[in-house]
Structures are given as structure tokens and as C-alpha cells.
Write a protein that binds this ligand. Structure first.
Ligand code: BGC
Length: 493
């Protein structure tokens, strides 16, 4: 956008906000809320569902979950379709993003045996959403791999592209007549973190090795499903398909050249490694990632880089494999360069070679590093616009784990600040964002934090056998926003 136009818009905004302190939501910005299968469904072994890596992880490594809890029951959403859809409808959201549990549909992971009860459950959910005027958005994979496939190496086995494609085919065949917005994978970095450390399932501690094998395989598997949809379904089903990547902003801690380079290096290791192959003209892993891993690998005595490479054909196959970019934003960090670690055991942390910290004064919820930093959101959006060819962006998650269980005024401020920032980014910077999604519809199983962190717009009483849902202040905030379509600069609580 030309500078003079930018200044004019800024002045107009200033004037409008200064005068009325409110603004209208853009007409083409859809609002949604989200969940994921393992975090809410429960019914972990009911009606023929197979075991997933999260079932295995919580049952065999309960020490890794802060409160020793499991998602065996979670919010019991498997039995509460009606209740949950009513919550969404009551707020007035137009869309609902949920994920399908691979092992509920294919208990053994492979497409030879389909679990009809699982299909029935998702059919019921999709139909109920549509009957209530809510558009379903389906994530094919939100971290709950069938355990049978993990036994075969999971995301480190390159055959996973076949397995994922076959699973996706079953899903498109059964639900594609009604689902028109697909997300292949939620946050590839966190999927691959499960092959780096013991802190996310499957908990394979292979930093700098397993996680890079996974990185290559998730990208190829994603691209395979994208091409499957394009070639065999899009013309008849008419939907769109993309991927969701998490983008914490990394701000240089100082203006020194080394810190500026360190923050860019960290961005490339954190999200560029997944976004660059899909969204840039050249494709492939980012140069700085390839270079850093290759150099350390060599010094460590490896014959080849620990980061597996793509062939030219694979680079082409992955490049452009998305109709949009799904972007999850929660928080921001300051990044500093550091003295390289001595050569020894491989690790991606040593490959990246930075130190991150946050300002202790930033508002914090129950997870200490999920601090509210709206300006980081705007920087991420601008970074994506500039570096990835100005893609259409769907914000697929944004939210805050307030310490207040029901009167979550911290979440309300978080949402209001981030929405104002988003509108600035759309109106002033010209970023192409068409959807905003809150995380989450309700409190749920927050991975290794168990039930100790509450991101929900609805409180769930996990002590109550009925798992009663109660709207929080943030649910009321969105209900009002959806009704008035008016965003206030400062929210009155
Ligand atoms: C994940 C969610 C998770 C949320 C809060 C996101 O990155 O997709 O599953 O609950 O972060 O930690």
C-alpha cells in the first residue's frame, strides 16, 4: 500500500476511534470457534474406536501430565453433540472448526476397516451444525495418530504419506458432500515435537533427528492430501483445502545485527521450516535452516545433514499446495543470539542457537508463556503477507488461558485487543484475512497441562458427572460482538 494512502487510513482510523471509540467488523470476516477431537470427545475406546498416541501417552506416562489426568472422558463431546452445537449457535458464530479422530474412523489406522459408528458420530455433528446454519471446518489431523501407525514409526516413516492419503480419501468420501473447508494438519511443528522430546505424544526423544524426518514427512503427506483433493474431489465437492501453522512472533531483543539475524533464524526454525516449502516461490526448507543443520551435522560426524532433503520434484510437488494459510497466533517472544553450544549430541535447539524470553509485565494467564502481546499478532500478519506472497489467511486459533474460571475478563481483554489489532492489520496494512477463530469453544484437555489451563469460552465443570458447560464473560462478549458487529476500542467490563 502506498505510504500516503496508509497515512490517510491511519488518520481516518484515529479520528473514528477517537470520536466514537468503535468500529464495524469487516463484512467478509467470518467468525468461528474451535476444538480438537482428543481434547473434547472422550469415549476413547467406545463404539470401536482404536487407540491413538494420546491414549497411549496418557495411560503409560501419566507423570508427563501436570495433574495426571487423561482425555478418556474429557468434555464427553462424543455424547453431547446437541449441547455443543447449541453453545456455538447461542453465541452466533458462523463456523465451527473441529478435528476428526483418525482412529475413530479407521481403528487400525489403515483404510481396510472403516468404523461405521465413528462415521455416524461425525455425520451427526456435521448435519446438526448445518441444520443450525453453522459451517463445519474440518481438520484431518490434530495430533491423535492411531497407535498402530506409531508402532510402525508414525510420522518418521515416509510411508505415512500413503497412510494419510488413504485416511483422507475415506474422510472426503464420507463427509465431503457437506464439508467445504479442510485443514490437513494442525501445527506440524508440534506434531514433530513429539519426535523431539518427551513432552508431547508419542514422546520419542530424538531432537535434531526424528523431528526433522517428521518435518519432511508431514510436508509430503500434507501435499499428497492437497493433490488428492484437487485432482479427485474439488471439481465435484467444490471445497478448499489448506494447512494450519502456529506463528509465535519472534522480535529481536536488541537492534544488534546478531539479534536481528537470530530472530529471523528462529522464525525459520519455528515456522519457516513448514511454511517456506509451501508458500514461497522457491519452495524447499529455508536456506538458513538447511545451512545451520548441515554445518553442525558435519561437525558432529554425520555423513549427511540430519535434515533430510527434498528432490526437485518433491519441492515442486509441495510448493503451492494450499488454497489458503491457516494461522494460529497466541503470543510473542524476544529473541537473542547466543554462543553456539559445543559439538556433542544433536539437537534442534542447538541448531537454532537462540535464547527467547518474554516481558514479565505482559498480561499472563495460567500458562506462563501464553502472554498477551497484540502487537506481535500484527507483526506476524505483516511478515506472512510480505514473505509468503500475500496469501489468504484464515486465523484458525487465537485465545488466552485466563486464571479466572468464569468471569474471564483477562480473556475478554485479550480478544478485544487482538481483534482491534487484526482490524488495523486488515484496514491499514492490507493483510488478506477472511476468518477469525477463537480457541476454544469450551475448557478441555490441554495436553500436558491436563485440566489446569482453561481456554474455553464456556466453563466445563470437570467434577460434575454431566460436565456442565457455563458461558463465561468471553462467551457473552462474543455474543454481543456477533449481534452488533461493532468492536469497541476499549471493552467495558
Ligand atoms: C493447539 C491446541 C491447544 C492450544 C493451547 C494450540 O497450539 O492447536 O490444541 O489447546 O494451542 O495450547
Amino acid at each position: 500500500m502506498r505510504t500516503s494512502r496508509k497515512i490517510l487510513i491511519l488518520l481516518l482510523l484515529h479520528f473514528t476511534l477517537g470520536k466514537e471509540e468503535s468500529r464495524q467488523l469487516p463484512k467478509n470476516l467470518a467468525f468461528a470457534t474451535a476444538t480438537s477431537s482428543y481434547q473434547i470427545e472422550g469415549a476413547w475406546n467406545e463404539d470401536g474406536k482404536g487407540e491413538s498416541i494420546w491414549d497411549d501417552y496418557v495411560h503409560n506416562h501419566s507423570d508427563k501430565i501436570i495433574d495426571g489426568s487423561t482425555g478418556d472422558i474429557a468434555c464427553d463431546s462424543y455424547h453431547k453433540t446437541e449441547v455443543d452445537v447449541d453453545l456455538i449457535k447461542n453465541i452466533g458464530f458462523q463456523r465451527y472448526r473441529f478435528s476428526i479422530s483418525w482412529s475413530r474412523i479407521l481403528p487400525g489406522g489403515f483404510s481396510n476397516a472403516i468404523n461405521e459408528e465413528g462415521v455416524k458420530y461425525y455425520n451427526g455433528l456435521i448435519d446438526k451444525l448445518i441444520a443450525n446454519g453453522i459451517t463445519p471446518i474440518v481438520t484431518l489431523y490434530h495430533w491423535d495418530l492411531p497407535q498402530t501407525l506409531q508402532k510402525l514409526g508414525g510420522w518418521t516413516n515416509s510411508l505415512i504419506a500413503d497412510w494419510f492419503e488413504n485416511y483422507a480419501r475415506v474422510v472426503f468420501d464420507h463427509f465431503g458432500d457437506r464439508v467445504k473447508l479442510w485443514i490437513t494438519l494442525n501445527q506440524p511443528r508440534q506434531i514433530c515435537f513429539g519426535y523431539s522430546s518427551k513432552y508431547l505424544a508419542p514422546g520419542v526423544e530424538s531432537s535434531g533427528l526424528g523431528e526433522y524426518m517428521c518435518a519432511r514427512n508431514v510436508l509430503l503427506a500434507h501435499a499428497r492430501v492437497f493433490h488428492l483433493y484437487k485432482n479427485s474431489y474439488q471439481s465435484t465437492q467444490g471445497g478448499r483445502i489448506g494447512i494450519t501453522i502456529k506463528y509465535p512472533w519472534k522480535e529481536p531483543a536488541t537492534s544488534s545485527v546478531t539479534d536481528v539475524e537470530a530472530s529471523e533464524r528462529d522464525r525459520q526454525f519455528e515456522f519457516g521450516i513448514y511454511a517456506h516449502p509451501i508458500y514461497t516461490k522457491g519452495g524447499d526448507f529455508p536456506h538458513v535452516v538447511k545451512e545451520s543443520v548441515a554445518a553442525r551435522s558435519k561437525a558432529e560426524g554425520f555423513h549427511k545433514s540430519r535434515l533430510p532433503s527434498f528432490s526437485d520434484d518433491e519441492i515442486k510437488y509441495i510448493r503451492g499446495s494450499a488454497d489458503f494459510l491457516g494461522l494460529n497466533y497466541y503470543t510473542t517472544f524476544y529473541t537473542k543470539d547466543r554462543i553456539p553450544s559445543p559439538i556433542g549430541e544433536p539437537s534442534s535447539e542447538k541448531d537454532t542457537n537462540v535464547v527467547n524470553h518474554q516481558d514479565p509485565n505482559w498480561p499472563t494467564g495460567s500458562l506462563h508463556d501464553f502472554k498477551s502481546v497484540p502487537w506481535g499478532f500484527r507483526k506476524v500478519l505483516n511478515y506472512v503477507k510480505k514473505n509468503y506472497g500475500d496469501p489468504e489467511v484464515l486465523i484458525t486459533e487465537n485465545g488466552f488461558p485466563d486464571v479466572e474460571e468464569i468471569n474471564d475478563v483477562g480473556s475478554v481483554s485479550y480478544y478485544n485487543d487482538h481483534l482491534n489489532t487484526l482490524l488495523d492489520a486488515i484496514e491499514v496494512d492490507g493483510v488478506n484475512v477472511t476468518m477469525y477463530t477463537t480457541w476454544s469453544l469450551m475448557d478441555n484437555f490441554e495436553w500436558t497441562a491436563g485440566y489446569t489451563a482453561r481456554f474455553g469460552l464456556h466453563h466445563v465443570d470437570f467434577e460434575n458427572p454431566d460436565l456442565k458447560r457455563t458461558p463465561k464473560a468471553s462467551a457473552r462478549y462474543f455474543k454481543e460482538l456477533m449481534k452488533t458487529k461493532t468492536l469497541w476500542k476499549n471493552v467495558t467490563l
